[in-house]
Design a protein around this ligand. Structure first.
Ligand code: GDP
Length: 296
């Protein structure tokens, strides 16, 4: 994960570590390389600027330079600032108590991995003793409904769909009623996706949000798309007030910038990450672990 970033940061730390006594000029050179590594990893430009300012202010102080192991101190500062950028994260799905239905609304662009992530979440909830119901609220694409039914069968989780209506608000309201009958306690709404953000999509999602009052709204974004993932998170958050982001495809050659930037740019935490196509490949996102991994 994030191999190129790790490698480039490794080179920066070598510069910081290489000299016996770290001078201010070595330090500046090392920090320049850190900055370059972050920009190459597609971390948002403004995020890199603010991050490097904080790191430099702390690293170039007399206290660090005259300390016994300045390079370790700088790595510690970078680690902590990375953790601060990506966190804190509350992994709770804020599920209601037994007997009550919690509605999780899942949004995202087509191809982001939204439907797969609905299945992954369902599996995780079922394993934790919950009774999920998957709901096909993407009514434009019949294939999306079929895909959700296939996932439900694979996972032995019920799926609610209604091919006779084009009204996702109605589908959602009926799904909650169905959940009560089935004694399901978490409704996972697979909403419509589009190739690009458009007004019609946002309006439809806002309608579901305002009329069905989901308990949590999550956005699924493709980590491989870098800054596009961050920009779509920003747009969805402006329309819907997201409770969390789930970033998929971090197992591929995602450069890492989206995962590092999204919280700082949008204020919405990255809660979970998709690390593969299989249904067990969903993990909570831990800023500390991620920062540790990035720094190698
Ligand atoms: P949707 O259009 O947003 O509903 O996207 P899908 O759920 O159909 O996923 C699109 C493609 O991405 C499928 O081929 C999935 O198997 C794949 N996919 C989803 N999540 C992940 C992930 O975390 N890692 C990888 N490698 N592939 C994923």
């Amino acid at each position: 994960m994030f191999d190129a970033l790790q490698e480039n940061l490794g080179a920066a730390f070598k510069t910081l570590r290489g000299q016996g006594k770290l001078t201010e000029s070595n330090m500046r050179e090392g920090l320049k390389l850190v900055e370059k590594a972050l920009l190459e990893a597609d971390v948002s430009y403004d995020v890199v600027g603010a991050f490097m300012k904080r790191v430099s202010e702390q690293s170039l102080g007399e206290k660090v330079l005259s300390s016994l192991r300045p390079n370790e101190q700088v790595m510690g500062i970078i680690y902590q600032e990375l953790v601060n950028l990506m966190g804190p994260v509350d992994h709770s799905l804020h599920l209601k108590g037994k007997g009550e239905v919690t509605v999780l609304m899942m949004c995202g662009l087509q191809g982001s991995g939204k439907t797969t992530t609905c299945g992954k979440l369902g599996k995780m909830l079922k394993e934790n003793g919950r009774r999920p119901l998957l709901v096909a609220a993407d009514l434009q694409r019949p294939a999306a409904i079929d895909q959700l039914h296939v996932l439900g069968e694979q996972l032995d989780i019920p799926v609610y769909s209604d091919r006779t209506t084009q009204d996702p608000v109605k589908v959602t309201a009926n799904a909650v009623e169905r959940a009560k009958k089935l004694e399901a306690d978490v409704v996972i709404l697979d909403t419509a996706g589009r190739l690009h953000i458009d007004d019609e999509l946002m309006q439809q999602l806002r309608q579901i949000d305002q009329r069905c009052h989901p308990d949590q709204v999550y956005l699924v974004v493709d980590g491989m798309t870098g800054q596009d993932a961050v920009n779509s998170a920003k747009a969805f958050n402006e329309a819907l007030e997201l409770d969390g982001v789930i970033m998929t495809k971090l197992d591929g050659d995602a450069r890492g910038g989206a995962a590092i930037s999204v919280k700082e740019v949008t204020g919405v935490p990255l809660k979970f990450m998709g690390t593969g196509e299989h249904l067990e490949n969903l993990e909570p996102f831990h800023p500390e672990r991620m920062a540790g991994r990035i720094l190698g």
